[in-house]
Design a protein around this ligand. Structure first.
Ligand SMILES: [Zn+2]
Length: 300
Protein backbone atom coordinates (compact mmCIF):
# COMPACT_ATOMS: atom_id res chain seq x y z
CA UNK A 1 0.00 0.00 0.00
CA UNK A 2 1.61 3.20 -1.14
CA UNK A 3 1.47 5.91 1.51
CA UNK A 4 3.31 9.16 2.08
CA UNK A 5 6.33 9.24 4.35
CA UNK A 6 4.37 11.64 6.55
CA UNK A 7 1.81 8.97 7.34
CA UNK A 8 4.55 6.53 8.35
CA UNK A 9 6.60 9.07 10.30
CA UNK A 10 3.74 10.64 12.22
CA UNK A 11 2.90 7.20 13.60
CA UNK A 12 6.52 6.35 14.30
CA UNK A 13 6.88 9.66 16.11
CA UNK A 14 3.80 9.11 18.22
CA UNK A 15 4.84 5.58 19.16
CA UNK A 16 8.55 6.39 19.51
CA UNK A 17 10.38 4.21 17.00
CA UNK A 18 12.21 4.65 13.69
CA UNK A 19 11.59 3.09 10.27
CA UNK A 20 14.42 1.89 8.01
CA UNK A 21 14.72 3.76 4.70
CA UNK A 22 16.85 1.63 2.35
CA UNK A 23 18.34 3.04 -0.84
CA UNK A 24 17.04 1.07 -3.83
CA UNK A 25 19.12 1.06 -6.99
CA UNK A 26 17.10 -1.47 -8.95
CA UNK A 27 13.79 -3.28 -9.17
CA UNK A 28 15.42 -6.21 -7.35
CA UNK A 29 16.52 -4.11 -4.37
CA UNK A 30 13.02 -2.67 -4.11
CA UNK A 31 11.38 -6.08 -4.26
CA UNK A 32 13.60 -7.58 -1.56
CA UNK A 33 13.23 -4.47 0.64
CA UNK A 34 9.46 -4.82 0.50
CA UNK A 35 9.66 -8.57 1.10
CA UNK A 36 11.77 -8.06 4.22
CA UNK A 37 9.38 -5.38 5.48
CA UNK A 38 6.45 -7.75 4.94
CA UNK A 39 8.25 -10.51 6.87
CA UNK A 40 8.87 -8.08 9.73
CA UNK A 41 5.37 -6.64 9.44
CA UNK A 42 6.89 -3.16 9.36
CA UNK A 43 6.36 -0.01 7.37
CA UNK A 44 9.25 0.84 5.03
CA UNK A 45 10.39 3.90 3.08
CA UNK A 46 12.19 3.21 -0.21
CA UNK A 47 14.79 5.83 -1.12
CA UNK A 48 15.38 6.83 -4.72
CA UNK A 49 18.41 9.12 -4.99
CA UNK A 50 18.75 10.21 -8.60
CA UNK A 51 22.55 10.00 -8.50
CA UNK A 52 22.03 6.52 -9.93
CA UNK A 53 20.68 7.92 -13.20
CA UNK A 54 17.32 6.12 -13.18
CA UNK A 55 14.58 6.62 -15.69
CA UNK A 56 12.51 8.09 -12.87
CA UNK A 57 9.22 7.92 -14.75
CA UNK A 58 9.59 4.21 -15.43
CA UNK A 59 11.13 3.34 -12.06
CA UNK A 60 8.64 5.44 -10.13
CA UNK A 61 5.68 3.76 -11.77
CA UNK A 62 7.23 0.35 -11.17
CA UNK A 63 7.82 1.05 -7.49
CA UNK A 64 4.31 2.37 -7.07
CA UNK A 65 2.87 -0.85 -8.50
CA UNK A 66 5.10 -2.93 -6.28
CA UNK A 67 4.04 -0.96 -3.20
CA UNK A 68 0.38 -1.38 -4.07
CA UNK A 69 0.75 -5.17 -4.22
CA UNK A 70 1.27 -5.41 -0.47
CA UNK A 71 -0.83 -4.18 2.40
CA UNK A 72 1.98 -2.98 4.66
CA UNK A 73 2.60 0.79 4.35
CA UNK A 74 5.31 1.61 1.79
CA UNK A 75 6.49 5.15 1.00
CA UNK A 76 8.65 5.98 -2.00
CA UNK A 77 10.88 8.99 -1.54
CA UNK A 78 13.11 10.95 -3.89
CA UNK A 79 16.25 11.33 -1.79
CA UNK A 80 18.50 14.42 -1.84
CA UNK A 81 16.59 16.30 -4.50
CA UNK A 82 18.66 19.26 -5.56
CA UNK A 83 16.51 21.07 -8.12
CA UNK A 84 12.90 22.08 -8.65
CA UNK A 85 12.40 20.33 -12.00
CA UNK A 86 13.55 16.91 -10.79
CA UNK A 87 11.27 17.13 -7.78
CA UNK A 88 8.33 17.76 -10.08
CA UNK A 89 9.37 14.85 -12.32
CA UNK A 90 9.39 12.58 -9.24
CA UNK A 91 5.94 13.75 -8.17
CA UNK A 92 4.65 13.13 -11.70
CA UNK A 93 6.22 9.66 -11.66
CA UNK A 94 4.11 8.75 -8.62
CA UNK A 95 6.63 8.99 -5.78
CA UNK A 96 4.82 9.69 -2.54
CA UNK A 97 7.50 11.82 -0.88
CA UNK A 98 10.42 14.04 -1.76
CA UNK A 99 13.47 15.30 0.06
CA UNK A 100 14.36 18.86 -0.80
CA UNK A 101 18.03 19.10 0.11
CA UNK A 102 19.20 22.70 0.24
CA UNK A 103 21.39 22.08 3.30
CA UNK A 104 24.44 23.65 1.70
CA UNK A 105 22.66 26.95 1.09
CA UNK A 106 22.49 29.75 3.66
CA UNK A 107 19.65 29.34 6.19
CA UNK A 108 17.24 31.88 4.68
CA UNK A 109 17.76 30.60 1.13
CA UNK A 110 17.25 27.02 2.35
CA UNK A 111 13.90 28.10 3.82
CA UNK A 112 12.79 29.89 0.64
CA UNK A 113 13.57 27.03 -1.73
CA UNK A 114 12.09 24.34 0.51
CA UNK A 115 8.93 26.38 1.08
CA UNK A 116 8.36 26.72 -2.66
CA UNK A 117 8.41 22.94 -3.16
CA UNK A 118 6.36 22.23 -0.05
CA UNK A 119 3.51 24.22 -1.58
CA UNK A 120 3.59 22.23 -4.81
CA UNK A 121 4.19 18.83 -3.19
CA UNK A 122 1.44 19.21 -0.60
CA UNK A 123 -1.00 20.20 -3.31
CA UNK A 124 -0.20 16.84 -4.95
CA UNK A 125 -0.50 14.90 -1.67
CA UNK A 126 3.25 14.35 -1.50
CA UNK A 127 5.18 14.81 1.75
CA UNK A 128 8.44 16.73 2.09
CA UNK A 129 11.66 16.25 4.03
CA UNK A 130 14.34 18.93 4.27
CA UNK A 131 17.72 19.13 5.98
CA UNK A 132 19.14 21.65 8.41
CA UNK A 133 22.84 21.57 9.20
CA UNK A 134 24.60 19.31 6.73
CA UNK A 135 25.28 15.57 6.74
CA UNK A 136 28.41 15.20 4.61
CA UNK A 137 30.58 12.35 3.40
CA UNK A 138 32.23 9.91 5.83
CA UNK A 139 35.48 10.01 3.88
CA UNK A 140 35.80 13.69 4.80
CA UNK A 141 34.29 13.38 8.27
CA UNK A 142 35.98 16.16 10.22
CA UNK A 143 35.52 18.85 7.56
CA UNK A 144 32.21 17.81 6.10
CA UNK A 145 30.26 16.57 9.12
CA UNK A 146 31.57 17.58 12.52
CA UNK A 147 31.52 21.27 11.60
CA UNK A 148 27.99 21.31 10.20
CA UNK A 149 25.80 19.94 12.97
CA UNK A 150 22.19 21.14 13.27
CA UNK A 151 21.69 24.13 15.55
CA UNK A 152 18.63 23.31 17.70
CA UNK A 153 17.66 26.96 18.01
CA UNK A 154 17.29 27.31 14.23
CA UNK A 155 15.19 24.17 13.79
CA UNK A 156 11.89 25.41 15.17
CA UNK A 157 11.59 28.43 12.86
CA UNK A 158 12.80 26.36 9.90
CA UNK A 159 9.97 23.86 10.41
CA UNK A 160 7.34 26.54 10.97
CA UNK A 161 8.32 28.65 7.96
CA UNK A 162 8.82 25.85 5.46
CA UNK A 163 5.83 23.69 6.41
CA UNK A 164 7.84 20.46 5.97
CA UNK A 165 6.67 17.07 7.24
CA UNK A 166 9.97 15.80 8.64
CA UNK A 167 13.44 17.21 9.26
CA UNK A 168 16.81 15.58 8.55
CA UNK A 169 19.29 16.53 11.26
CA UNK A 170 23.07 16.48 11.39
CA UNK A 171 24.07 14.96 14.74
CA UNK A 172 27.34 13.25 13.83
CA UNK A 173 26.60 10.62 11.18
CA UNK A 174 27.91 10.79 7.61
CA UNK A 175 27.12 9.33 4.20
CA UNK A 176 28.98 6.30 2.89
CA UNK A 177 31.86 4.30 4.32
CA UNK A 178 34.09 5.75 7.05
CA UNK A 179 37.84 5.73 6.69
CA UNK A 180 39.44 2.62 8.14
CA UNK A 181 39.06 2.49 11.92
CA UNK A 182 36.95 5.64 12.12
CA UNK A 183 33.56 5.69 13.82
CA UNK A 184 31.00 8.48 13.97
CA UNK A 185 30.56 10.40 17.20
CA UNK A 186 26.86 10.86 17.80
CA UNK A 187 25.76 13.97 19.67
CA UNK A 188 22.83 12.47 21.60
CA UNK A 189 22.34 15.62 23.69
CA UNK A 190 21.94 17.69 20.54
CA UNK A 191 19.30 15.27 19.30
CA UNK A 192 17.40 15.51 22.60
CA UNK A 193 17.53 19.29 22.42
CA UNK A 194 16.27 19.39 18.81
CA UNK A 195 13.37 17.07 19.65
CA UNK A 196 12.52 19.24 22.62
CA UNK A 197 12.65 22.65 20.93
CA UNK A 198 10.67 21.40 17.92
CA UNK A 199 7.88 20.07 20.16
CA UNK A 200 8.48 16.44 19.15
CA UNK A 201 8.64 16.95 15.39
CA UNK A 202 9.42 13.84 13.21
CA UNK A 203 13.20 13.67 12.69
CA UNK A 204 15.39 11.82 10.18
CA UNK A 205 18.92 10.43 10.38
CA UNK A 206 20.97 10.24 7.19
CA UNK A 207 24.12 8.14 6.99
CA UNK A 208 22.80 5.20 9.00
CA UNK A 209 25.45 2.84 7.59
CA UNK A 210 28.38 2.19 9.91
CA UNK A 211 26.68 3.87 12.90
CA UNK A 212 26.33 0.62 14.84
CA UNK A 213 23.24 -1.04 16.27
CA UNK A 214 23.59 0.36 19.77
CA UNK A 215 23.72 3.99 18.62
CA UNK A 216 20.92 3.46 16.11
CA UNK A 217 18.70 1.93 18.75
CA UNK A 218 19.46 4.85 21.04
CA UNK A 219 18.69 7.56 18.47
CA UNK A 220 15.41 5.81 17.66
CA UNK A 221 14.48 6.02 21.33
CA UNK A 222 15.50 9.68 21.49
CA UNK A 223 13.30 10.83 18.62
CA UNK A 224 14.74 9.82 15.25
CA UNK A 225 11.88 8.33 13.20
CA UNK A 226 13.55 7.39 9.90
CA UNK A 227 17.06 6.07 9.31
CA UNK A 228 18.52 6.14 5.80
CA UNK A 229 20.70 3.16 4.93
CA UNK A 230 22.56 2.55 1.68
CA UNK A 231 26.25 1.73 1.82
CA UNK A 232 25.93 -1.04 4.40
CA UNK A 233 23.33 -2.89 2.31
CA UNK A 234 25.38 -2.77 -0.88
CA UNK A 235 28.53 -3.77 1.00
CA UNK A 236 26.69 -6.81 2.37
CA UNK A 237 25.54 -7.69 -1.14
CA UNK A 238 29.09 -7.53 -2.48
CA UNK A 239 30.40 -9.65 0.41
CA UNK A 240 27.75 -12.29 -0.28
CA UNK A 241 28.92 -12.52 -3.88
CA UNK A 242 32.55 -12.80 -2.76
CA UNK A 243 31.68 -15.61 -0.35
CA UNK A 244 29.71 -17.60 -2.92
CA UNK A 245 30.92 -20.11 -5.49
CA UNK A 246 30.27 -18.12 -8.65
CA UNK A 247 32.36 -20.28 -10.98
CA UNK A 248 30.79 -21.93 -14.03
CA UNK A 249 27.00 -21.89 -13.86
CA UNK A 250 27.27 -20.30 -10.42
CA UNK A 251 27.43 -17.02 -12.35
CA UNK A 252 23.68 -17.25 -12.92
CA UNK A 253 23.19 -16.68 -9.19
CA UNK A 254 24.49 -13.11 -9.41
CA UNK A 255 21.24 -11.21 -8.91
CA UNK A 256 19.99 -13.69 -6.30
CA UNK A 257 23.18 -13.20 -4.31
CA UNK A 258 22.77 -9.43 -4.41
CA UNK A 259 19.21 -9.76 -3.10
CA UNK A 260 20.26 -12.25 -0.44
CA UNK A 261 23.05 -10.06 0.96
CA UNK A 262 21.05 -6.86 0.73
CA UNK A 263 17.93 -8.42 2.26
CA UNK A 264 19.67 -10.16 5.16
CA UNK A 265 21.45 -6.98 6.18
CA UNK A 266 18.32 -4.87 5.88
CA UNK A 267 16.22 -7.33 7.91
CA UNK A 268 17.98 -6.69 11.20
CA UNK A 269 17.43 -2.91 11.06
CA UNK A 270 13.67 -3.33 11.59
CA UNK A 271 14.41 -4.92 14.97
CA UNK A 272 17.17 -2.46 15.88
CA UNK A 273 14.99 0.57 15.14
CA UNK A 274 11.86 -0.84 16.74
CA UNK A 275 9.56 -0.90 13.70
CA UNK A 276 8.98 -4.68 13.65
CA UNK A 277 5.26 -5.43 13.92
CA UNK A 278 4.36 -1.75 13.59
CA UNK A 279 2.56 -2.09 10.24
CA UNK A 280 -1.04 -1.12 10.74
CA UNK A 281 -2.88 -3.02 8.05
CA UNK A 282 -3.77 -6.68 7.68
CA UNK A 283 -1.47 -8.74 5.50
CA UNK A 284 -3.99 -11.00 3.82
CA UNK A 285 -2.96 -10.14 0.25
CA UNK A 286 0.77 -10.42 0.76
CA UNK A 287 1.05 -14.17 0.78
CA UNK A 288 -0.68 -14.45 -2.57
CA UNK A 289 1.15 -11.63 -4.30
CA UNK A 290 4.67 -11.65 -3.02
CA UNK A 291 5.03 -15.23 -1.87
CA UNK A 292 5.94 -14.62 1.74
CA UNK A 293 5.00 -17.34 4.19
CA UNK A 294 3.13 -15.72 7.05
CA UNK A 295 3.10 -16.96 10.59
CA UNK A 296 0.54 -16.15 13.22
CA UNK A 297 2.63 -13.45 14.80
CA UNK A 298 3.19 -11.57 11.54
CA UNK A 299 -0.57 -11.15 11.08
CA UNK A 300 -2.17 -8.31 12.95
ZN1 LIG B 1 21.43 11.40 2.82
Amino acid sequence: MLVSAKEILDRANKENYAVPAPVVQTELNARVAIQEAVKKNSPVILLVPLIFDYDVDLFGRYLKQLADQVSIPVAIMHDHGSDFETAIACIKAGLSSIMVDRSQLPYEENILQVKELVKVAHAAGVSVEAELGHVGMATNYEEDCEKNLTEPDLAKRFIEETGIDCLAVAIGTAHGAYNHGQQPTIDFDRLKKIKEVTNNFPLVLHGGSGTGDESLSQVAQLGINKVNIGCELFTAAIQTIKDADTGGNGAYALTNLISEGYGKRLAHFFDVLGSTNKAWTALTLDKQVIGVELTEDTIL
